[in-house]
Each structure stands twice: as C-alpha cells, then as structure tokens.
Design a protein around this ligand. Sequence first.
Ligand SMILES: Cc1ncc(COP(=O)(O)O)c(C=O)c1O
Length: 394
Amino acid sequence: MTAKQPPSKKQASDKQGFATRAIHAGQEPEPATGAVNVPIYASSTYVQEEIGKHKGYEYSRVSNPTRDRLETNLAALEGGVASRVFASGMAAINAVTSMLKAGDHVLAGHNLYGGTPRLFNQVLVNFGLTFTYVDTSDLKAVERAFEKNTRLVFVETPTNPLMELCDLKAICELGHKHGAEVVIDNTFMSPYFQRPIEFGADMVVHSTTKFLNGHSDGLGGVVVCTKAEQAEKLAFLQKTAGAIMSPFECWLILRGVKTLAVRMLQHDCNGGGVADFLSKHKKVKKVFYPGLVDHPQHELAKRQMSGFGALISFETGSLANANKMLRRVRVCSLGESLGGVETLISHPATMTHAALGEEGRRKIGITDGLVRISVGIEDVEDILGDLDQALGAI
Ligand SMILES: Cc1ncc(COP(=O)(O)O)c(C=O)c1O
C-alpha cells in the first residue's frame, strides 16, 4: 500500500460564490496531513536553516501561518487584494489612522461606535491629527466639511446605534474628488450583506469580534485593502506597533466564517421579525431598522445592502423605562457587543456611547430611553416572547 498523498489543493477564486469562499479561501487542507481545518500555529519563532534561509516565517509578530490564512480569507470575502488582522476592532482602526501623519485631517461620521471618536478625540488629536464629524447621510454637509488636508473619510453604514445610512457610492466619489481615501467600518453588515469595495471604498474595517467570528468568544479586527501599498504599510504597522491577532483568535474566526452565510440569513430573518414586532408594540415609541419601509433610507438600503441585518434600536421613552425592561429580559442577554449567535441587548447611552458624554449624545439623537438589540439566531418566537414580557414591565 502506498503512503497517503495529501489531498489536492482546492483553489478558491473570486469566481466562486460567497459561502464557498468563506469555507475554502485560505482554508485549503493542511498539506502535511490533509487536516481540513487550518492548524493553530502556536509558535512565536521558526527554525532557520542558515542565516537568512527560512520557509517564509521568522517571528510571529511579523507573520504567522494561521494569520496568513485568515488574512487571505477575509480579503476574499470583502473583495480586496489583501487584508491585515489586528488584536481588536479598535486596534484595526488605530492602524488605519497610524497610516496618516501629523497635520492630516480626517472627516468622520458623527454617529460612530463610541470607541472610535474616543480614540480620535482623546488620543490621536495629541499627535497632530484633526477630525471633523459630519452627518454622512447628508452629502451636502459632507461636501462642505472637506478641508485642503483631508486625507481620510471614515464612515459607518448603517450607523451605531441610530441605523442611519450613508450612500456608499456617493461618499466614495466625494472622497476621491477631494483626494481622500474612504474607509468604511462594515462591522454591522458583514461582507455577506454589504461589500463597500464594490462601491469604491479604499479600505474596509471590521471588528471581527462581531458577525465574522459570530460566537462572542474572541476579539479581533481587520483592515481589508484595495492596494498592495496599503497592505504593505499595515504589515509594517503589525510588525512595528505589534497589535497583532493571536493564532488562536485567527483560528476562531476561520472557524466562524465557515457558517457566516447561513448565520447572516438567519440573523436577517429574525431581525426582520423582531423589527416588525417592535414597530407594532404599543410600549415602543420608535424603531430604527433599515428594513422597515418607513425607514427614511429604505430604498438606499435595498440598493447597497443585500439584507437588512440584525441590529435594531428602539425608543422606550426614558432611562427608567429602558432599565425596567432590560432588567426583565431572559432569552436576550443584557450586555455590550453584537453579532453573536445569541441575542444581545444593550443600552447605548451608558454602554457603547457613554464616552460621548450627555451633550455629544444629545447632538446626534441618542436618548436615555434608546435600547439596541443584536438579534441572534435563536427561535424567533422565543425572542419575541421575551421582548414582549420584558416590555410589559414599562
Ligand atoms: C461598529 C464597530 N466598530 C468597531 C468596534 C470596535 O471593535 P472591538 O470591540 O473589537 O475593538 C465596535 C465594537 O463594538 C463596533 O461596534
């Protein structure tokens, strides 16, 4: 009997469908043994045959085989040329802004995940970067906010937690007209429902902590690039600043993305059901969800997203009401974060957006009664039943 040969390498290409790429791009069987899962290369260093002669790996801050596979996979899902992964979503955003230099101006959406303006306003301003915040759903306001030294436009769509949309094609055209690169934080949609590079974005970032991982068991971030120079600069920042993703966390995401397509379909289906239920509930004053026909940008949502996702915010009327209902949830878990298989419910004013301060929140419309829900993939009847009994406390 001849020794077993490793299985032939399946070439994943852009021509394959999304779910196929999620399972196979960068996830080819391991050549030495045929293992179908990418191994966790838990090694900080690599043996060299002689000075300068090695197999492409020298030290794991610089590169690691598990990380390489994940970077290949995520680039394939977003349609970029390469990607670079970091220790968290914030580390990824920090890496993007570290590509700038003192004197550069950043034009940012006024309603971002609270940690992003915290990084901009409390850290990066000390290094000579300047920031202007603008409602990116208002393109005229965006156009007026450009300055001669604007190098980067940083946008989330839909925004967190108010679910406002930005026209991706239009903002990319505007950014390019003014000589700036456009970076989209695509965490809320995942590449399954929205691929900003197809609309002209220069880079896409994600907190992989959310839908890409999908199981609330690891932190991470990624920057997907459209140009080799961006990927080179970011690889330099991985090596130099060192905020890299560990091989174990890379493996968790490689495993998580294999079910991204089916998870997102179920998230979307349950999200639609919950939004519909909340919009008819007498205790709920307002629902923010781009899938509802009365969302002011529903048509834009249909144009640039292939699903509406699982993030919904709703108004309970007051901090006391929000607290009463949040204390009562049982199937939904009260906690920060989003994008896991479990339904997570949170209070933006005291959690994700606390750093904005009362005035900052008031300016953009985040009230004390606002509750955000990241609808999971449990049986939707159980989520609805839980929300109904919890809202009964108001
Ligand atoms: C839209 C968005 N971007 C970035 C981040 C930051 O990601 P991380 O918590 O992985 O640092 C978050 C976290 O909640 C987020 O919601």
